[in-house]
Design a protein around this ligand. Structure first.
Ligand code: GRF
Length: 199
């Protein structure tokens, strides 16, 4: 199984998946990284790992249709089977979504369907969880469709929210679980324990 990543910033989830593949706990190959941010740590990580990295954005491709095609062609050129969004801040275009329907995963740092949707990214997610006085948050891995954070949920793990948590403290606790759940879920897909066609 060849994995292609789309990441905008740090790419720590991407790194966790690459590390799992290197350790042999994930039987899949990270083959390409695409970022809309030329200075992203995600692209730097790709360089460090010897994985081809591409900067594709509204700046390199001002026409959204051309950008969509460039992303799709890059994924196809590296024979990507599964697309893993890892902190990707843009929506995928219709051509990429159609060709990779049911094969694009995203990770969200809360228990969807709560605390998701437009504007719910980064620290805002954890602020929302704390403002709602939740006693539990978590991590969700879901399939991507054309609505933010609304695709079928394929895996979740719960994380406690403590009374004196700040959004930053909660984010750090959740991120530790993200780094476990994403590679573990991909491995369950590799072994067939999770069949993406069921969703
Ligand atoms: C993670 O919290 C993930 O759940 C969300 O964006 C963040 C990405 O972090 N979608 P990183 O780039 O993987 O470090």
């Amino acid at each position: 199984m060849n994995i292609g990543f789309l990441a905008s910033h740090g790419g720590s989830n991407m790194q966790a998946i690459i590390d799992a593949a290197k350790k042999g706990t994930l039987h899949a190959r990270p083959v390409v990284v695409i970022s809309n941010n030329s200075g992203s740590t995600a692209l730097e990580r790709a360089r460090n790992e010897g994985i081809p990295g591409f900067y594709l954005s509204g700046k390199t491709h001002p026409d959204p249709d051309r950008l969509d095609e460039a992303i799709l062609n890059t994924l196809l050129a590296y024979s990507v089977d599964i697309v893993a969004l890892a902190g990707y801040m843009k929506k995928l275009g219709p051509k990429t979504l159609a060709r990779y329907k049911g094969r694009v995963l995203n990770i969200h740092p809360a228990l969807l369907p709560e605390h998701g949707g437009k504007g719910m990214y980064g620290i805002h997610v954890h602020e929302s969880v704390i403002a709602a006085r939740e006693t539990e948050s978590g991590v969700t891995i879901h399939l991507v469709n054309d609505e933010y954070d609304r695709g079928p949920i394929i895996a979740q793990v719960r994380v406690p929210v403590k009374p004196d948590d700040t959004p930053e403290v909660l984010a750090a606790r959740v991120l530790i679980e993200e780094h476990k759940l994403y590679p573990a879920t991909l491995e369950r897909i590799v072994t067939g324990e999770i069949n993406l066609d069921d969703f």
